[in-house]
Design a binder for this molecule. Structure first.
Ligand code: WNU
Length: 152
């Protein structure tokens, strides 16, 4: 049996390897591990749908997802990028207080995502100014690239 302790250590060391969280103190990371949930997805499943309300932030622990977005002049959402282990998504709706701005679709079977809810995300980011500034800037950059791409 895999103990709670082993699970904790596994995700703790994984989160330490996530570049976004590099500057967080260990006790903060340990708290995040305590309050995360793990969600499992199969290839083709939507993890996030454009236009829906969202209150969660995701970090990919295993597998791969694609990001797609509705674009002027195209009937189908267009693929923007692929994200893999250690990448994260879903921060934009939380930071911009907006609906989800793109689709996230699982592209590999048995994909594992660590899920942080809004309250815990705010605690994680809010008390750490550099992280907050970094994400805010990144989210603004995403909005500009959406415009350049003529996203709807
Ligand atoms: C993009 N435009 C938009 C990605 C992940 C993290 C960072 C890029 Cl810091 P949400 C949909 C999510 C959104 C982002 C993600 O999709 N996303 C993008 C784009 O060009 N969203 N609008 N690229 S991957 C990515 C930067 O996380 O957050 O809550 O849901 O709107």
């Amino acid at each position: 049996m895999r103990t709670t302790q082993a699970r904790h250590e596994e995700y703790f060391s994984f989160l330490r390897s996530v570049s976004l969280l590099r500057g967080l103190p260990e006790e903060k990371l340990a708290k995040i591990v305590d309050c995360l949930e793990v969600d499992y997805f199969e290839k083709g499943e939507h993890i996030i749908r454009e236009g829906e309300e969202g209150n969660t932030f995701f970090i990919i622990a295993k597998g791969e997802v694609i990001v797609t977005q509705s674009t002027e002049g195209f009937a189908e959402p267009q693929e923007i990028k692929t994200l893999g282990v250690g990448d994260y998504f879903g921060e934009k709706a939380l930071i911009s207080e907006d609906v989800r701005s793109a689709n996230i679709i699982c592209s590999e079977n048995d994909t594992h995502c660590l899920v942080v809810d809004r309250d815990n995300f705010n605690q994680m980011v809010g008390t750490y100014e550099e992280l907050q500034a970094y994400l805010k800037e990144y989210v603004e950059e995403l909005s500009r690239s959406d415009e350049r791409r003529n996203a709807l």
